[in-house]
Structures are given as structure tokens and as C-alpha cells.
Design a protein around this ligand. Structure first.
Ligand code: ZN
Length: 347
């Protein structure tokens, strides 16, 4: 029976199977079995007989994928090491000290580059406010320029091509562009009230120029860019750390506030050295606060809050007063008019 069964199971394939046996009704009624593999079977030739896996979903990854964490890869350490050495060297050789405040910072923008970049901003401001800039012989232009001259003189930056423009506009603001282009809005005049108040505002703006804060901001932005590139090179998605919100609230705004605080401090010393009354600086910020308007909370602002400014300025007042007393202001006042006339005619 077993040999008959074997023959029947290989029906049509076995060369020795007798045609009568295979076609006999008994054999015909037997179930058809799959043929056995030929001797020289390879999966390619007989693909239809391969056993298909029952589960056809994605493969289980744990042992099949040979992926190691980024911090264990050689590439990570080589990239990080090389980058740190190159960037570290560049960083260290581009450190400098901010005048007056003595803070150490990274700077890789030259004053010329800074000025070239400010040209466009200057053109934009001129096209926006050009027709509202008061003429140089206007009472307010003369007032602003006279105060500014005295501060520029003590700042040691009289080689710059200074420009002081008064814009007729209700904004209570003033700003400086690299290269010594200062803009004052008439809206701030009722807040400054007098020469000393004006000196506080201009001292702050001239301090921004002296400390080259705009160049520092650009240099800082470069560092952030390099860090982003490095992170993406070693396989970390930089958008995780550098999303817009994080960049603004966590990095750029505190950086900007630091610059503002420094400009306040340097400005106070400059105005004191130019024989203005440094007490007036705190009063200006108190008047600014009293003048109303919703103030943005400090964490969300590029500027320190008025309250913080007043507190910090009060702390620095004794230092400013001692600078003022060593400036020999009683005799200097008489000489100023003459001295500045000489300086001013050069510009
Ligand atoms: Zn400022």
C-alpha cells in the first residue's frame, strides 16, 4: 500500500509511474498532494513553493537594526571635537572688552561692516521720517545738538560722523544707528524736560554706539547660527532647542536687556563726565513711567522695566557723582562753548 501511495502522490511526476495506475479511478479519487522538491531546488527557481511568513507587518527592529546612540558614534566625537577646537580658537581670539563697563564679549564684526549694514536702515528711516525731520536751525534741533556735543566730546568718539536728527512725532523714543546717527522723537521732549534729562537719553544712545551693541548682536547671532549648524551635523534636530519662541524669550530678549542695562550704566557715566546732573536720569525714567502707556512685562521686552531701570540707576548714582566731581565742571563749563565750537566745525 505504501509504494502505491508513494506512486500516487507523485502522480504525473515519477517517470516510473505506470499510466494505467495513475489514471485508475482509485488513484484519481486520492487527494492531490504538493510535489516534493526536486533535487536541485533553489528558492529562485521555485519561488511559488516558498513558505510565506504569516505576519507581513514591519519587522521587529530591536536586533535587526544596528543603530547606536549618537553619543557613542565616532562621527559625533570627531565632529564635536574638531568643531570645538576650531570654534573655540576663533571665539577666544575675538574676545574684547567693552569700554567703560569692562565686560568681556565676543565681537567679529568690524565697525565698517557694522556701518555698511546700518546704511540700509538709515535710508529706510530717512524715507519714512525724512519729511518730518526738523531743520538744523530749529530750537529743538539746537537743544539736542548742544547736549549731544558735550557727551560726544567726553566719549572720545569725535572722529565719527555724528548726526543728530529730531523727528516730529509723538513717540516717546530715541535711537541710534551704527556710525553715530542718533534720532530723537519730539514726543520724548516733555519727558526729558531739561538739558540734564536730554543728556540722560542721549548718553544712553551714545553709549550704545560706544559699546557697539549692534555689532555685538550680529556677532552673537553668528554664534547661534554656528551652534545650530553643529547640532544638525551631529544629528540633533536644532529646531528642538531653537524654535522661534525659545529664541526670542530665552536668548535674544535677555541679551537685548543686558545691552540696555549696560547702555544705561555707561550713559550715566558719560553724562556725569560731561557735567550734567546724573540725578536727572532716574527722574527721566520715573516721568516715563508716569506718562502712562501700557508697559510690556520685562520678560517679554527687549528693554528693562522702568522700575528696574530706576533701581539700577540709583545704585550707580554715587559712582556717577564721583566721576562728575572729578571732571572739574565749575571751570569746564566756561570753556565748553569755545571748545565745542572748534570740534563742531570739523564735522
Ligand atoms: Zn537703548
Amino acid at each position: 500500500m505504501s509504494s502505491l501511495w508513494l506512486l500516487a502522490s507523485r502522480r504525473g511526476l515519477h517517470p516510473k509511474a505506470s499510466p494505467t495506475l495513475i489514471t485508475s479511478p482509485f488513484i484519481q479519487r486520492l487527494p492531490r498532494l504538493p510535489p516534493t522538491r526536486p533535487f536541485n531546488w533553489t528558492p529562485k527557481q521555485n519561488a511559488q513553493y516558498q513558505i510565506q511568513p504569516r505576519f507581513t507587518g514591519p519587522k521587529y527592529q530591536r536586533f535587526s537594526q544596528n543603530k547606536i546612540p549618537f553619543y557613542q558614534s565616532k562621527r559625533f566625537w570627531v565632529t564635536t571635537g574638531t568643531g570645538t577646537v576650531l570654534f573655540g580658537g576663533y571665539y577666544v581670539t575675538h574676545l574684547e572688552t567693552v569700554p567703560i563697563s569692562g565686560r568681556t564679549r565676543f565681537m567679529d564684526i568690524t565697525p565698517r561692516q557694522e556701518e555698511a549694514m546700518a546704511k540700509q536702515a538709515y535710508a529706510e528711516i530717512m524715507s519714512q521720517y525724512g519729511n518730518r525731520i526738523l531743520p538744523p536751525n530749529h530750537r529743538l534741533s539746537i537743544f539736542v545738538t548742544n547736549v549731544a556735543k558735550r557727551i560726544v566730546q567726553v566719549s572720545g568718539m569725535d572722529d565719527l560722523k555724528w548726526e543728530f536728527h529730531v523727528i516730529e512725532s509723538p513717540e516717546k523714543n530715541a535711537f541710534v544707528l551704527p556710525g553715530g546717527k542718533v534720532f530723537v522723537f519730539t514726543g520724548i521732549i516733555p519727558i526729558v524736560q531739561n538739558e540734564d534729562g536730554m543728556a540722560a537719553v542721549l548718553g544712553h544712545e551714545i553709549a550704545h554706539q560706544l559699546a557697539r551693541h549692534s555689532g555685538e548682536k550680529l556677532s552673537f547671532a553668528k554664534i547661534l547660527f554656528v551652534v545650530q549648524i553643529t547640532l544638525s551635523l551631529i544629528g540633533i534636530d536644532p529646531s528642538f532647542i531653537f524654535n522661534q519662541l525659545m529664541l526670542n524669550f530665552g536668548i535674544m530678549m535677555p541679551f537685548s536687556r543686558k545691552c540696555e542695562t549696560e547702555a544705561d550704566s555707561i550713559g550715566l557715566q558719560l553724562m556725569a563726565q560731561a557735567c550734567f546732573d546724573p540725578h536727572e536720569a532716574t527722574r527721566v525714567w520715573q516721568r516715563m513711567e508716569a506718562s502712562g502707556g501700557k508697559e510690556v512685562p520685562q520678560f517679554a521686552s527687549t528693554h528693562p522695566s522702568h522700575k528696574n531701570r530706576v533701581q539700577r540707576l540709583e545704585k550707580e548714582l554715587p559712582k556717577a557723582l564721583s566721576i562728575r566731581s572729578s571732571s572739574d565742571c565749575s571751570t569746564e563749563m566756561r570753556d565748553y562753548a569755545e571748545m565745542f565750537q572748534q570740534v563742531w566745525t570739523r564735522w
